[in-house]
Design a protein around this ligand. Structure first.
Ligand SMILES: *Cc1c(COP(=O)(O)O)cnc(C)c1O
Length: 225
């Protein structure tokens, strides 16, 4: 399938989900996850009108950056090793995977501007998933206050891979509740307005529960170039 065709279908799904819950589709930022696909396919995505690309490894991001530069806004969505921060820090608009103090320290040290970070939360409590436990998130975020180059733009989670709509919904709702609690703290370094949740399998439910950033690979650009 052409990216443009997939995009048309997904855009319609986004609109339908927004109508159901009275949201404006413009509130939902679509990130095309290009980690499985070639640079050519990423170019096709940009030609189709995509403006945000996501990669989960520094090598993947750098290889595509070489060709595409800052034409798209780049999102780093994978778990990030501290020593890799310097490779990507100047290139990304968002880091979706802030999950520990040592990483925050390195981002703060290497950045020469304020970087929008999303704190990754393991909302479903799956052993295999990265991220803070929901009950740790608020203390963690408060501890980021000294880092002048970090803005806590929001929260990110990966839901379990399942068709169980109830489970997905409760996972996304938990993240939204947590985001609301943090917003109420009115911390100037943590506006926490974004909710990065929803992938190919579950983005409709995520939007119904308040997602502002969805990260879609398979359903949009496919699994291989
Ligand atoms: C791979 C990946 C995605 C996209 O997954 P699809 O199921 O292919 O849409 C989204 N978020 C993260 C963090 C990923 O690693």
């Amino acid at each position: 399938m052409k990216v443009a065709e997939n995009l048309e279908y997904i855009t319609q799904q986004i609109k339908n989900a927004c109508v159901r819950v009275n949201r404006a589709p413009e509130e939902v930022k679509l990130v095309a996850v290009t980690k499985y696909v070639s640079i050519e396919r990423a170019c096709e995505a940009l030609d189709a009108g995509i403006t945000n690309l996501g990669e989960n490894r520094d090598e993947g991001l750098l290889a595509k950056w070489e060709v595409l530069g800052d034409k798209p806004d780049w999102h780093f969505i994978g778990s990030l090793q501290t020593r890799k921060v310097k490779n990507i820090i100047d290139k990304v608009e968002y880091i979706h995977s802030l999950d520990r103090l040592s990483l925050a320290e390195e981002i703060n040290k290497r950045a020469n501007r304020k970087v929008k970070c999303l704190v990754q939360v393991n909302a479903a409590g799956e052993e295999s998933k990265h991220g803070l436990a929901p009950e740790e998130a608020i203390e963690f975020i408060k501890s980021l206050q000294p880092f002048e180059n970090i803005v806590v733009a929001g929260l990110m989670t990966m839901a379990p891979y399942t068709d169980d709509q109830k489970l997905l919904r409760s996972c996304f709702r938990k993240l939204a509740d947590l985001r609301n609690q943090i917003r109420e703290l009115e911390l100037d370094f943590a506006p926490c307005s974004e909710l990065s949740m929803g992938m190919s399998n579950d983005f409709v439910v995520a939007i119904e529960e308040g997602a502002t950033i969805i990260r879609i690979g398979t359903a949009l650009v496919g699994e291989e170039g």
